[in-house]
Design a protein. Sequence first.
Length: 190
Amino acid sequence: MSLTTVAELRSTLGVGTLYPDATLQSVCDASDVILLPMLWNNYQFNSHQSNTTTEGTLYFDTNIENVFYVGQSVVITGNGSTFNGTKTITAVNGDTITFAVTGSPTATDIHTVVPLGQVAGATTADWTTDEAVLNASLMIAVEIWQARTTTLSGSNLVDFQPSPYRMSAQLLAKVRGLIAHALSPNSMVG
């Protein structure tokens, strides 16, 4: 479920039934793709993987011994069908986790995962109840919509000079004050 609903976006834009739900939903989903990685979360990215016929191993670029624990259920995505799904960790060792794989996959040596895979623990933050985050999501969705439908994708300022492109690096800066309490330090690197 998106942070911004189709009904909210439709009402804010005042477009009535002019556009189909699927078109507006794509904008809501894009807003989530932009905003959610910036917020506190409980997941790590793995860069490599390997497996035997019964166990899968994911490799991380940092030590994860204090992040995951044996017996923990995690949701794995972006790693291929052998690895993806809800798995129970059977071993944590420095920068690796191991878990049982289903079926009888062909054993593979360690190899890279491009783009990175994701391993998520239990989520404790529910951003759908945070009004500031919901408003930030709506603001981003409106900006995306305006960039798609408004000529020049910008507006003229008082002195008739065109404003910068709507989808610039300033997009998140426009809502950073609203989401300051929820920003993850991991998202602020670089």
